[in-house]
Design a protein around this ligand. Structure first.
Ligand SMILES: [Zn+2]
Length: 132
C-alpha cells in the first residue's frame, strides 16, 4: 500500500511542528479511506517535551468524534522529531499500540523536513509506507 497526503495537510503539520519546535508536536491525520489523508486534526503534546509526546485523551476523543461525524477515517497519527531522524524511537514503538493505524513521524533534524509513515505491531515496525 501507499498513502497519499494532501499538500495542504503536509504544509499544516509542518507549520505546526516548526511553531512548536524545539518541543515535539502531534496530531491526527484523517481521510475518506485508510490510504488518503485530506484533513489534519491538531493536538496538544501534553508532555510539553522535546523528546516525548502524549495526546490529551479529551482531544483524542474529540478527533475521533469529528472523524465519525464527517465520515472520515483515522489514517494515523503524527508527531515531530525536532532533532532526531524520521523513524520511531524505542519509546514510540512501545507506545504504538494500534496495528490498524499508521504512525507518521516528521523530522526537522535536517535542513529539509522528512515525513515517513510506519505500521507498528507488537512493538516492532512491520512496514514503512511509501507516501505520495
Ligand atoms: Zn517519536
Amino acid at each position: 500500500m501507499s498513502v497519499t497526503i494532501s499538500e495542504s495537510v503536509y504544509q499544516a503539520i509542518l507549520s505546526q511542528a516548526l511553531a512548536d519546535a524545539p518541543l515535539e508536536s502531534c496530531g491526527y491525520l484523517l481521510g475518506p479511506d485508510g490510504e488518503t489523508v485530506t484533513e489534519h486534526f491538531p493536538m496538544t503534546n501534553i508532555d510539553h517535551s522535546a523528546e516525548h509526546f502524549s495526546f490529551d485523551p479529551k482531544e483524542q476523543f474529540a478527533a475521533i468524534k469529528y472523524a465519525r461525524r464527517n465520515g472520515l477515517t483515522v489514517v494515523g497519527n503524527w508527531h515531530s522529531h525536532p532533532a532526531s531522524p524520521s523513524r520511531p524511537s524505542e519509546e514510540d514503538k512501545r507506545l504504538a499500540l494500534d496495528p490498524n493505524i499508521l504512525y507518521f513521524i516528521l523530522s526537522l533534524a535536517d535542513e529539509k523536513p522528512v515525513l515517513n509513515a510506519f505500521r507498528v505491531k507488537d512493538g516492532e515496525v512491520t512496514e514503512k509506507i511509501p507516501l505520495r
